[in-house]
Design a protein around this ligand. Structure first.
Ligand code: GDP
Length: 207
């Protein structure tokens, strides 16, 4: 497969993508040989929209603020070649301690134990860059030793004149984090900016 050919990349992501299951505890994680790419970010960062844009679906990944889905890890099978994994969002204001602890246990187990995990995409809101809880998340990912790539979302909402500054500022933060991969991908699920670039990266990392 010519992974750097744009047409190949597009065809790969145009294949069928199916919901596998939603796991609320590690015992429910599917047994799978497929390479995995996981997505994580603050709730409302645009994670569901991004998974939908990548796979060209409108409703594959539902908004994570749907009650009851916030504490689940959702697995999607892309053409029996790649598993896309939607990790529960963080940063819910006033979440009770037990909910936070459950989140930490579930995500930590996933990040540390999932043997086929190739890369985590850490989503940051392009309008604001990294917030405090995103910085905490970076440390959490560093400790889990899962490699992660930084993806800016909603870049259509940031004036074009500010794109370069946001990327420079975010890169400077990422350089301090040992498990962060170099390079930032700026995306918009609305304008589809950066979607092909992110697809090419996932194909390169995952398959
Ligand atoms: P999640 O909670 O991280 O899964 O976030 P969602 O995908 O549900 O998106 C949260 C809100 O941001 C929704 O109102 C989306 O329509 C909006 N949104 C998501 N991605 C984009 C984007 O690329 N551009 C713009 N302008 N809005 C977006």
């Amino acid at each position: 497969m010519m992974k750097d050919d744009p047409e190949t990349v597009r065809k790969f992501f145009a294949q069928s993508c199916d919901f596998v299951l939603a796991a609320s505890e590690p015992a429910h994680f599917p047994k799978s040989e497929l390479p995995e790419i996981a997505f994580i970010g603050r709730s409302n960062v645009g994670k569901s929209s991004l998974v939908n844009a990548l796979t060209g679906r409108k409703n594959l990944a539902r908004a994570s603020n749907t009650p009851g889905r916030t504490q689940q890890i959702i697995f999607f099978n892309l053409a029996n070649k790649l598993m896309l994994v939607d990790l529960p969002g963080y940063g819910h204001a006033n979440a009770p301690r037990e909910v936070q602890d459950k989140w930490t246990g579930l995500v930590n187990t996933y990040l540390r134990k999932r043997e086929n995990l190739r890369c985590v995409c850490l989503l940051l809101d392009g309008r604001h860059g990294a917030k405090n809880n995103d910085l905490e998340m970076m440390k959490f990912l560093d400790r889990s030793a899962a490699l992660y790539k930084t993806v800016l979302t909603k870049i259509d909402q940031l004036p074009a004149s500010e794109h370069a500054a946001r990327i420079t500022q975010t890169s400077a933060i990422m350089e301090k984090h040992p498990a962060a991969l170099a390079g930032i991908i700026a995306t918009s699920s609305d304008s589809k900016a950066g979607i092909d670039e992110l697809r090419a990266f996932l194909l390169e990392k995952g398959v």
